[in-house]
Design a protein around this ligand. Structure first.
Ligand SMILES: Nc1ncnc2c1ncn2[C@@H]1O[C@H](COP(=O)(O)OP(=O)(O)OP(=O)(O)O)[C@@H](O)[C@H]1O
Ligand SMILES: [Mg+2]
Length: 360
């Protein structure tokens, strides 16, 4: 397993006994997943989600902590969650992820080097950020330099989450980065052998993360989420956001709007596809010998009908929906398998967080 933990520095690759509760606080909804280890896989203890009031979370920043706290309290109580230790992740403008190349050093030398030199790598005042790093150990016999993954996250943003979670009785044991949590979710289910493009389409953003040999080669956030579709439907037909959302997700039949809706969907899907192709082109020009074997889609936006087929046609690479429960068993008397199938794409990130141990 791979991942970063802010603000406390921790080491990954630890076989754990107790896993934390994965809590994905998105801009549209909060997703919760609780797993236990079971042989070489996992057992699903509980999962659920709740929609947030609009604008409560924007660009990864907690804008309305009270509203988010209320939603979490309701979710925790509905799911009867017993655990109190949670892992969350951050993304957006307040987070910087950077791969730097350094001479090989001992762990303690690396720590002091990063602390004293971090400012040359990140555009924030060092006192304003939590920093974490991980030596990717890419050095070889011929090359004594190694890649180090460096992450900096704004203290005020992270502290906002920690304070809000503390106010509802939860203790945050891991603060990860969205892209790494998704990568961990993929690795926990499918291993780290393949070269894949993970694409998460949420409400407000799309994250593209290309993984080769277990390591992220390119991670990119594009401010182009599924909410855009709702807003376009809303303005085209002069209806409320809620009405537009119901049409988008198929709760309200399209009626005579079919043709216009198809045009709206097509335009946004084409924008998503352009961004994916751009990332894939960049990747293939740098790694011509390591072709991407598949595009793996997650997030609520991945549920747009026909999206996999569309991306597949546009890129020439097979595309599939991420099922983060491939390596997870569950009691189907307690958890409805239809619900799991329905919610699986949105749950990917929270399952990655739920694989993080409580004690690290
Ligand atoms: N069938 C569907 N077709 C299109 N969009 C859908 C469908 N089902 C859900 N969505 C959209 O997916 C989005 C929610 O997905 P998700 O829970 O992944 O977002 P989020 O994590 O809250 O947002 P973000 O990661 O951008 O902050 C909403 O915009 C919702 O309307
Ligand atoms: Mg999300």
């Amino acid at each position: 397993m791979k991942g970063l933990t802010l603000p406390k520095i921790t080491l990954p690759f630890i076989k754990s006994q107790n896993l934390s509760i994965g809590l994905d606080i998105g801009s549209h909804s909060i997703k919760v997943c609780e797993l236990a280890q079971s042989g070489s896989g996992y057992r699903l203890l509980s999962l659920g989600s709740t929609i947030l009031p609009q604008n409560a979370v924007e660009d990864g920043i907690l804008q309305d902590p009270d509203a988010v706290a209320q939603s979490i309290t309701a979710l925790v109580s509905n799911l009867k969650l017993q655990g109190k230790k949670v892992s969350i992740s951050v993304s957006g403008y307040s987070v910087i992820v950077k791969k730097i190349n350094l001479a090989v050093m001992s762990a303690s030398e690396l720590e002091s080097h990063i602390q004293s030199e971090a400012e040359q790598y990140i555009p924030f005042d060092i006192d304003d950020v939590y920093i974490d790093f991980q030596d990717l150990k890419t050095n070889t016999e011929e090359n004594d330099r190694t890649d180090v993954m460096l992450v900096a996250a704004k203290k005020d943003v992270v502290d906002g989450y920690l304070t809000m979670l503390r106010s509802v009785g939860l203790k945050t044991v891991v603060v990860d980065v969205d892209a790494f949590a998704l990568e961990n979710a993929y690795g926990a289910n499918f291993g780290i052998e393949d070269n894949v493009a993970l694409v998460d389409i949420g409400a407000s953003k799309m994250n593209i993360n290309i993984i080769t040999g277990g390591s992220s080669i390119l991670a990119r956030d594009v401010i182009l989420g599924s909410r855009l579709l709702t807003e376009q439907i809303q303005s085209k037909f002069d209806i409320s956001f809620e009405e537009a959302e119901a049409i988008k997700v198929g709760q309200t039949p399209p009626g005579d709007k079919k043709k216009e809706l198809a045009d709206i969907f097509m335009a946004t899907c084409a924008q998503w596809s352009t961004e994916i192709k751009r990332a894939l082109d960049f990747y293939s020009s740098n790694y011509p010998d390591e072709p991407i074997s598949k595009i793996v889609l997650s997030g609520g936006g991945a549920k747009v009908k026909g999206l996999c087929e569309f991306f597949q046609k546009e890129t020439g690479i097979p595309a599939e929906i991420f099922n983060p429960f491939v390596n997870t068993n569950f009691n189907d008397k307690k958890i409805d398998s239809e619900y799991i199938n329905f919610i699986a794409p949105e749950m990917a990130l929270s399952t990655g967080l739920a694989t993080r141990p409580v004690v690290v």
